[in-house]
Design a protein around this ligand. Structure first.
Ligand SMILES: [Ca+2]
Length: 217
């Protein structure tokens, strides 16, 4: 048992610095942007577009690089450029998550758009614990839903999530069905960090102890 205790202390000392690391790549949007088909997408991020949302006002989602808090941010435009309907966003499959361990998920965001609930406006940020790349998956948990709240300044959001696997997908979804107003969302400082709290470490420790026992059998 003494050896096991020493092993856990050693592993803890190795694991702790790694736990404090943000698993999101280019989460602060300071790692550059690329031009993709005339749109500007942050490096390490993927984009999705739902195609024709409202046949009366066909369009496509647009992506810009704008001022963030601080530096740069990703803008997703979901409406009313030349009377078009849109739905789309950026997403990232974040790998390296530790199953069963709490992670802090945080970001800053800004929304602008109509307060008309009949416009079919969507401005959302969420996560999918399955690591899926399906923007319409029922597994996505939307932690920000600002569908018809009008214009707002930059806001900070933070919550704790517990991954069930070694990857989590972070999603944004911006759109409008009836192009009655300009609709967009900016996002910056996206972070997913394992929490080295006592409860989290206890789970990790139990896992390591289980592995240690298995090795000895
Ligand atoms: Ca930034």
């Amino acid at each position: 048992m003494k050896r096991l205790g020493l092993l856990l202390v050693l592993l803890g000392a190795i694991a702790l610095p790694a736990l404090a690391q943000n698993l999101v790549l280019n989460g602060d949007f300071e790692g550059g942007f690329s031009s993709v088909g005339g749109e500007t997408i942050a490096n390490q991020w993927s984009w999705w577009d739902a195609g024709t949302v409202n046949p009366a006002y066909p369009g496509s989602t647009h992506f810009w690089q704008v001022g963030g808090v601080p530096g740069s941010a990703q803008r997703i435009i979901g409406g009313q450029i030349a009377g078009q309907s849109f739905r789309g966003g950026v997403y990232q499959v974040v790998s390296g998550t530790i199953p069963g361990l709490p992670h802090t998920f945080s970001f800053d965001y800004l929304v602008a758009g109509t307060t008309d609930p009949g416009a079919g406006q969507e401005r959302r940020i969420g996560y999918d614990l399955t690591g899926s790349t399906n923007p319409d998956s029922g597994d996505i948990v939307w932690v920000v839903v600002e569908d018809a709240t009008g214009d707002k300044p930059w806001q900070h959001f933070e919550t704790t999530i517990t991954p069930t696997g070694t990857s989590v997908t972070i999603w944004t979804r911006v759109g409008i069905f009836w192009p009655v107003a300009t609709t967009f969302m900016d996002i910056d400082n996206v972070s997913l960090v394992p929490v080295p709290e006592p409860a989290g470490l206890a789970v990790l420790g139990a896992g390591l102890a289980w592995l240690w026992r298995r090795r000895r059998v």
